[in-house]
Design a protein around this ligand. Structure first.
Ligand SMILES: [Zn+2]
Length: 477
């Protein structure tokens, strides 16, 4: 992990008084949280009264992490759900959108999607980014134009961004990139590492907005074993690494046919399993895979709303948790941007598969959305202790959805519509669905930003037909 998570221009310390604060999932009354000018918590005082000058909040949760996002997939929301098909057909539509994006459109779309995340209670996002180059695979004149577009988008709205720059080399195991995948590729692991290192110098000097650089290896489909090994060895050991894993049975079958083992087994053989690794989806696993991932203390990023939408299947989240893995959550394709629905989807999948209730406790669901997500993005612990980042979400408890809920059970009843003030780096950045703090977007709602971004992606209207020639005098023969 590199990049700024701390010092910015000097600004005053601020103290938040929370009527109720969920600490480790337990409602705690009357908590004063003091945030330093560096955006971190300096002191936590429980069971105290508010003091003059405190910013008074109601019921507050730790800020939530969206540990797996592809922001541009948002353009497909509401357009792919009627036609049937599966993941592979959905992917064709996704490639069409990817082909339309240049740095300016990518910025506009990502800014709108990050704004929606922020207003929904996500205070940090791990953007799994592979749209590196022009659609024919050639670099942009500024080689980091697409990456810096994401950084600008995050800066514009005030969300904490960990840019997971992605290695993507092949169109399937032992298959070259398809024409529509050329924008994703760097040609080799060494070329990607070189680009990653130079990008690191570009994003590490952002003083105010919290932008960090992590890494991603797309999948065993898109990165051959020797390149996986080279990339893992070439990255600094503290950098978080994410990878898509066993989302589809076809990936497992292809991997077994080529390498005689599962994707998890392949990563294990490359010494790739460790607490710095996050595997995304992990839907179709063998018992041995579950044991390996748990024993290695990886984080498993489940994306329940996406996995349900694409018909991927239900991953063995509880078994992974019991085996020793951390569970985090991501919105992935962004057809849904709502951390509460991801928490609910995680638990719902377990209940539907087992026929039993209460598989994860509400506190465990909240930890998946908060502490585990921050950890897997390289942002450290997020349990509201002194020294940790001051990222908070206020949730209304008097709405038609939440009225009567015990605060500890809000993960199972609230939605993003109940989010009020959102605090990142000790500063209020959104309030009741509106951005409040950042450059040029203050006062705007996410949908206002989204409208122009989506309009820019619409195909140009067909030219109007030429007017019919005027009938010859005298009419038809
Ligand atoms: Zn993904």
């Amino acid at each position: 992990m590199t990049g700024d998570t701390g010092s910015g221009p000097a600004r005053p310390a601020v103290t938040y008084w929370c009527e109720t604060l969920l600490i480790d999932g337990a409602p705690t009354p009357g908590v004063r949280l003091e945030a330093g000018a560096d955006g971190r918590i300096t002191r936590v005082t429980q069971r105290s009264a508010p003091l003059p000058g405190d910013v008074r909040l109601g019921t507050v949760l730790p800020g939530m992490a969206n540990a797996h996002s592809h922001a541009f997939h948002r353009a497909l929301r509401g357009r792919t759900h009627a036609g049937g098909g599966d993941f592979w057909q959905w992917r064709e539509a996704m490639y069409q959108v990817a082909g339309l994006l240049d740095p300016e459109l990518y910025f506009e779309l990502a800014r709108a999607v990050f704004a929606e995340m922020l207003a929904s209670g996500y205070t940090a996002v791990g953007e799994f980014h592979y749209l590196h180059h022009r659609s024919d695979g050639t670099p942009y004149p500024h080689r980091h134009a697409m990456e810096l577009a994401l950084a600008r988008a995050a800066r514009a709205v005030g969300i904490r961004l960990v840019l997971l720059d992605t290695l993507y080399l092949s169109g399937g195991i032992r298959k070259p990139l398809a024409p529509e995948q050329r924008a994703f590729g760097d040609g080799s692991a060494s070329a990607w590492l070189e680009r990653w290192q130079t990008l690191r110098t570009r994003v590490a000097d952002d003083p105010e907005v919290k932008i960090g650089l992590g890494a991603a290896l797309h999948s065993v489909r898109a990165v051959p074993p020797e390149a996986l090994r080279e990339a893992l060895a070439g990255l600094p050991p503290t950098v978080p690494v994410h990878i898509h894993l066993s989302e589809q049975p076809q990936e497992n079958a292809d991997c077994r046919a080529a390498y005689g083992t599962t994707p998890t087994g392949l990563l294990a053989s490359l010494a790739g399993l460790s607490p710095r690794l996050s595997v995304v989806h992990a839907t179709h696993l063998s018992d041995a895979d579950v044991a390996l991932l748990g024993a290695s203390e990886v984080t498993v990023v489940m994306c329940p709303t996406t996995e349900a939408d694409l018909g991927d299947g239900i991953g063995p989240a509880l078994r992974l948790h019991r085996a020793g893995a951390r569970i985090a959550l991501g919105s992935d394709q962004n057809a849904v941007v709502d951390p509460f629905l991801e928490m609910r989807g995680l638990e719902a999948g377990e209940r539907l598969a087992s026929g039993k209730r209460g598989r994860f406790t509400p506190a465990e669901l909240l930890a998946a959305a908060t502490d585990n997500g921050y950890f897997c993005l390289g942002l450290g612990a997020h349990r509201l202790r002194p020294g940790e980042l001051c990222d908070l979400v206020e949730v209304a408890t008097d709405t038609v959805r939440t009225l009567g809920s015990a605060p500890a059970q809000l993960p199972l009843t609230a939605t993003s519509a109940d989010v009020r003030r959102v605090i990142v780096h000790g500063r209020v950045v959104a309030d009741s669905g509106r951005l409040v703090a950042w450059d040029g977007t203050a006062g705007h709602r996410p949908e206002e930003l989204l409208r122009s971004a989506l309009a820019a992606l619409e195909p140009a209207p067909a030219p109007a037909p030429a007017p019919a020639p005027a009938p010859a005098p005298g009419g038809r023969p």
